[in-house]
Ligand binder design. Structure first.
Ligand SMILES: *Cc1c(COP(=O)(O)O)cnc(C)c1O
Length: 377
């Protein structure tokens, strides 16, 4: 049966990206050696990093004066590298969920942190709107897409200080005004590649302002100077990233990705909104296009388990919600097809119809049957 991959991360990649990577792992560029067993400094690998860098600059319209880096350590290491390299005295953070909180925790090791706003009291079900950022902060850190809670800042915030953005789970899903940012970072395993590489786009002249001594590996300048080759970079994830970028360009770039993201999300949210069994978990205006979170309404709570089992049996993978939210989460990254979302919508529709007998489909009825007494009116 066809499987639809709704995993939150690591997550779906275009099939051709996986296939092309697999080929290069077997025989890189026809040289008779695997991509896994050649030097990162060889003349065959340098063009991979060069082309990936050029495509990132082209696709995101990165202005002059920015460097593109491929680092290890995941987005989580950036939580520490950001304040190490940018926090002189005071930094502002918008607290919109688990990942923001982790970034804030690290920043506090380096200086004063102003939490400009937080939706923690409401279990991060919305993105705070009316807040101001002190003008004497070194930067404002935002998490553009909250992978766990399913909220998203879909446009670049206006702030009186430079922005720093954790875009791990929505990078390349929309155009970004890079000039507003001193730094953008993204762990690759949500929208770009397999786990193992982190993309960093950093403004050169924003560096070198802190007085503290920065360990060599944690200093962005080390990696800028050495073209991401100070130490051995994760060559296979970087190669996969290149293949994804080629696919992105061929598919119409970030504008087209954004159009597709809206198309997918509109289909699923519309059904959740009309379906009496389910409800979305976050404020409508802040809904993520990437991670669509929904739960069953209280009176149908017992149906969550059979719904998950039924959907899984129909080929839906990874739709169980994160434990902090419960219910379901359908992650719809760039590579997710509209067809995949339609397949999921069909299942949700089928459950609604089953509850409105006599339109129920037989297999869905069977899945729900042991739980249905009390629901049929
Ligand atoms: C997954 C994720 C992270 C953590 O990424 P790692 O690469 O596992 O460290 C950070 N921020 C956001 C928004 C994420 O989705």
């Amino acid at each position: 049966m066809k499987k639809y991959n709704f995993n939150a991360g690591p997550s779906i990649l275009p099939r051709e990206v996986i296939e092309n990577t697999a080929k290069q792992i077997l025989d890189f560029n026809g040289i008779g050696l695997s991509l896994a067993e050649i030097s990162h400094r060889s003349k065959d690998f340098q063009p991979v990093i060069d082309e990936a860098t050029a495509l990132i600059k082209e696709l995101l319209n990165v202005p002059e004066g920015y460097s593109v880096l491929f680092l290890g350590g995941g987005a989580s290491l950036e939580f520490c590298m950001i304040p190490y390299n940018f926090l002189v005295k005071k930094a502002a953070y918008l607290n919109t969920g688990t990942w923001s909180k982790k970034a804030i925790k690290e920043a506090k090791l380096f200086g004063e942190v102003v939490e400009v706003a937080s939706s923690a009291d409401a279990n991060f079900t919305f993105i705070p709107k009316d807040w101001t950022c002190p003008t004497d902060c070194d930067y404002l850190h935002i998490t553009t897409n909250n992978t766990i809670y399913g909220t998203e800042l879909r446009k670049d915030v206006d702030a009186p200080v430079p922005l720093i953005g954790d875009m791990s789970s929505d990078i390349f899903s929309r155009p970004v005004d890079v000039a507003k940012y001193d730094c953008i970072y993204a762990g690759a395993q949500k929208n770009l590649s397999m786990a193992g590489v982190t993309l960093v786009i950093v403004k050169d002249e924003a560096l070198g302002k802190v007085q503290r001594t920065i360990p060599t590996m944690l200093d962005y300048r080390t990696h800028i100077e050495k073209g991401s080759m100070f130490n051995t970079p994760p060559v296979i994830p970087i190669y996969t990233c290149l293949e994804t970028l080629r696919w992105l360009k061929k598919s119409g770039g970030v504008e087209e990705m954004n159009r597709r993201a809206h198309e997918r999300a509109d289909l699923l949210y519309a059904e959740i909104d009309r379906n009496k069994l389910f409800r979305g978990t976050v404020a409508k205006e802040d809904r993520s296009l990437m991670n669509i979170c929904f739960v069953m309404n209280d009176e149908y709570k017992e149906l969550e388990k059979p719904f998950l089992e039924y959907a899984t049996a129909q080929g839906m993978v990874g739709i169980k919600g994160h434990r902090s939210v419960g219910g379901f989460r359908a992650s719809c990254y760039n590579a997710m097809s509209v067809e995949g979302v339609k397949a999921l919508v069909n299942i949700v529709v089928c459950c609604r119809r089953t509850m409105d007998r006599p339109f129920g489909r037989q297999d869905c009825l069977i899945a729900f049957h042991p739980y249905m007494t009390g629901f049929i009116h």
